[in-house]
Write a protein that binds this ligand. Structure first.
Ligand code: AMP
Length: 396
């Protein structure tokens, strides 16, 4: 059996896939199928011969996976030659039930289905991806890798909301945290960069992409994280508000007559950087800001201020911090965000080196030599982490 894992991330109208070598982290091929169920679909496949695109209609997730398999057949690499070890599925919400990646069986599907009320947008799509892959690869083990699993080590005082206790007991209302695959992957990489055992280091990890989350990681275990029962809580994101006064919901309903669904949509899809500056793509926001756009400047300031608050809070939670790690699209590429978020924290032993920050080298170290806390830039690789975890499950 090879180390190859087909990683599948099924969204409500999309299906992303990567053929990963779990040992080396190399993607032999990957692709994205979008607009499933619409009049015109879109498929992109990158294989050994480069990238191909098409726009045939794709009626369902099953058709999408069939189209992906066709692309493997036509453009390579051949899945028969690769001898897949497993299919690894990204599953957004594992609730309190899943603290580790798990082999898919009927019981797992039933449990993930029970969690749909906690992730109504994501879990049904993830389940659809699993069902389809089970039908098309009946002889391969399927492994579910949960976004929430890494944060199952949060202590009760970190995951409990101060609300009537039956809300947790009867309805599962607590903090779960997300982006766990990324936080887990970069924590391990960070320890390696520091030349230390993961068990011996305290880290603040900042995943700043379209979605943004922070975590405090003690000895390889997540002890705090910014996303909550859903991925809406915490940092300012591309289109999500992050933290806000929960009374705003009631105010919008009473004063403006908004429905719960309208409020939910506004906070998830029309807020964050998009709400403040009309633009959720950070590169575009940077261009607007550079041209003197005041709303873009305010959006940037709110975004970085929120990160700084979490750095301070997680510093206090951990007591000592060995490294702050920036990852994902913005974290990895925006020197300005790193500089503004950590500005003025020298008394906490956090000092950037401006040249290294402007151009992080191979090591990813962007802190000054005298900084007590290392600041690292580490690319995340969720597909590789899913492949590694899936392989571990089938080999155990
Ligand atoms: P991700 O979700 O990790 O793919 O990150 C997406 C976000 O990263 C988007 O807001 C992009 O605009 C942003 N991003 C990607 N490349 C850059 C860059 N070179 N500079 C600043 N932001 C970037």
């Amino acid at each position: 059996m090879s180390d190859h894992v087909l990683v599948i991330n099924a969204g409500s109208s999309s299906l992303k896939y990567s053929l990963m070598d779990a040992g080396s982290g190399e993607a032999a091929a990957d692709g994205l199928i979008e607009r499933i169920g619409e009049a015109e679909g879109h498929q992109k496949h990158r294989g050994p011969d480069g990238e191909t695109e098409s726009s045939d209609p794709i009626a369902s997730h099953e058709d999408a996976l069939r189209a992906a398999l066709k692309a493997f057949e036509t453009h390579g690499p051949s899945l028969d030659d690769v001898d897949l070890a497993a299919v690894g599925h990204r599953v957004v919400h594992g609730g309190s039930r899943f603290a580790a990646p798990s082999l898919v069986d009927d019981a797992l599907i039933a449990e993930v289905t029970e969690l749909v009320p906690l992730a109504p947008l994501h879990n049904p799509a993830n389940l659809e991806g699993i069902e389809v892959a089970r039908r098309l690869f009946p002889d391969l083990p399927q492994v579910a890798v949960f976004d929430t699993a890494f944060h199952q080590t949060l202590p009760p005082h970190a995951y409990t909301y101060a609300v009537p206790s039956e809300w947790l007991e009867e309805h599962g209302i607590r903090r779960y945290g997300f982006h766990g695959t990324s936080h887990s992957f970069v924590s391990e990489q960070a320890a390696r960069r520091l030349g230390r055992d993961l068990a011996d280091v305290n880290l603040i990890v900042l995943h700043l992409g379209n979605g943004c989350s922070a975590s405090a990681v003690r000895g390889g275990q997540s002890v705090e994280t910014s996303m909550g029962m859903t991925p809406l809580e915490g940092l300012v994101m591309g289109t999500r508000s992050g933290d806000l006064d929960p009374a705003i919901h009631a105010h919008l309903a009473r004063e403006l007559g908004w429905s719960i669904d309208e409020i939910d949509r506004a906070l998830n899809s029309k807020s964050g950087l998009k709400g403040l500056a009309g633009e959720n793509d950070f590169r575009e926001l940077s261009r607007l800001r550079a041209s003197g756009n005041e709303r873009a400047q305010l959006a940037f300031d709110v975004y970085c201020h929120r990160i700084k608050k979490y750095v301070g809070a997680y510093y206090a939670v951990l007591g000592t911090v060995d490294a702050i790690v920036f990852t994902a699209g913005v974290g990895q590429h925006s020197a300005e965000v790193r500089a503004a978020s950590l500005q003025g924290l020298e008394r906490l032993g956090i000092e950037l080196d401006p040249d290294r920050n402007a151009e992080p080298g191979e090591t990813g170290v962007v802190s000054a030599d005298g900084s007590d806390v290392a600041v690292l830039v580490i690319p995340t690789n969720e597909e590789w982490e899913i492949a590694r975890q899936a392989l571990q499950v089938v080999r155990d």
